[in-house]
Design a protein around this ligand. Structure first.
Ligand code: NAG
Ligand code: NAG
Length: 344
């Protein structure tokens, strides 16, 4: 009894100093090692940037985060105008270019995604490209777009939305799918809806969103660099997450070529939003030549559909977009979302 009483007294008397000493010891081992440090830093990007849950993804992120430890101070916001911009550049379309080459050129891109190392981007941007049977065009756009976006100091990811099967192509519905699927990965600020065959010629054409929906293609080499017609809203457009949500996205009803971009313009105008465009000397594109694909014939119902837009837009859009995701491949330069979107 006396012994226990004694022990209790000793513990009471020495508990506080002992506890402090132990805490100090734990703190010292933790912060001198460096190992724990990198773990600590890796937490933030894991939670916000990536939702891939395979072990491989986790490891990649850990490696990436530990590489960043050398960065001496917290990143500042990237400047209003990137110092890396070059203006108009001469584009080349080498027949010998391969996917391996483009991967070699873009080692900092992982699973289609990139963010600047030395500053925090002003916007996080998802680039959505609908695709089927255009592998050559895809190669050229990846080759030009990755360095272009990096010079703009953007945090971005490129998504290819691949229509499965041989049914008539539906660009607009694929873009709706891209929006919904990309938001499962990250809370993107801005979406660029991008044709696979259009390559931007001038990096002052900024792939960021504005107060109003933005149309980025004023001119292309195929049309003598003139706007195709007043109100044209196709090719490449930029809408914020909220702007796109507000118009209920694209219509799902346009199968085949044409009309869906005019439909989006009507939706935007119904919301009293105004389309903005960069200056025409900047908003220039090269259109890589191709024949009209089979499976993407001109949609002869497009005028009829356009007359109905104002009555149906609330019910036909991202809120009614039904599809089946067949696979999601996270490849080095892009995320390949393959979907069954049904048929007309
Ligand atoms: C535009 O440029 C591309 C690439 O050089 C070329 O394939 C295409 O034929 C050009 N189109 C026109 C109409 O000049
Ligand atoms: C995307 O994945 C599908 C299914 O695996 C494949 O058939 C298609 O070729 C892929 N597309 C691209 C552009 O990687």
């Amino acid at each position: 009894m006396a012994f226990f009483f004694h022990l209790k007294r000793i513990l009471h008397k020495y508990f506080l100093p002992l506890f402090l000493l132990l805490s100090l010891l734990v703190w010292f081992t933790a912060f001198s090692g460096g190992k724990l440090k990198s773990f600590h830093i890796s937490l933030a990007p894991t939670q916000t940037l990536y939702k891939g849950d395979s072990l491989k993804d986790e490891l990649n992120i850990l490696v990436k985060a530990s590489n960043r430890i050398d960065t001496p101070k917290p990143k500042e916001e990237c400047p209003q105008e990137s110092p890396l911009l070059r203006g108009a550049v001469k584009l080349t379309f080498e027949p010998s270019l391969t996917l391996k080459d483009v991967e070699e050129e873009n080692k900092e891109v992982t699973e289609g995604q990139y963010e600047p190392l030395d500053c925090t981007s002003r916007q996080s941007v998802a680039i959505l490209i609908p695709h089927r049977n255009r592998e050559r065009h895809l190669l050229y756009i990846l080759h030009h777009l990755h360095p272009f976006l990096q010079r703009q100091q953007l945090h971005y990811s490129i998504y290819i939305i691949q229509q499965a099967g041989d049914e008539t192509f539906n660009r607009a519905k694929l873009l709706n799918v891209g929006y919904l699927e990309a938001l499962k990965d990250y809370d993107w600020d801005c979406f660029i809806f991008h044709d696979v065959d259009l390559v931007p010629e001038n990096d002052h054409n900024l792939y960021v969103c504005d107060e109003q929906p933005k149309h980025l293609v004023v001119g292309r080499n195929a049309t003598g660099y003139k706007l195709r017609y007043k109100g044209y809203f196709g090719g490449v457009t930029a809408l914020t997450k909220d702007q796109f949500y507000q118009v209920n996205g694209f219509s799902n009803a346009y199968w085949g070529w044409g009309g869906e971009d005019d439909d989006l313009r009507i939706r935007v105008e119904l919301q009293k939003m105004k389309i903005v465009r960069p200056p025409s000397d900047v908003a220039r594109y090269t259109m890589v030549f191709h024949n009209r694909d089979s499976g993407n014939e001109i949609n002869k119902y497009r005028m009829e559909l356009l007359r109905k837009t104002q009555h149906v837009w609330r019910k036909d859009g991202i809120n009614s977009c039904s599809y089946k995701t067949l696979s999601i491949q996270r490849l080095p330069l892009y995320v390949n979302v393959t979907v069954d979107i049904g048929k007309p």
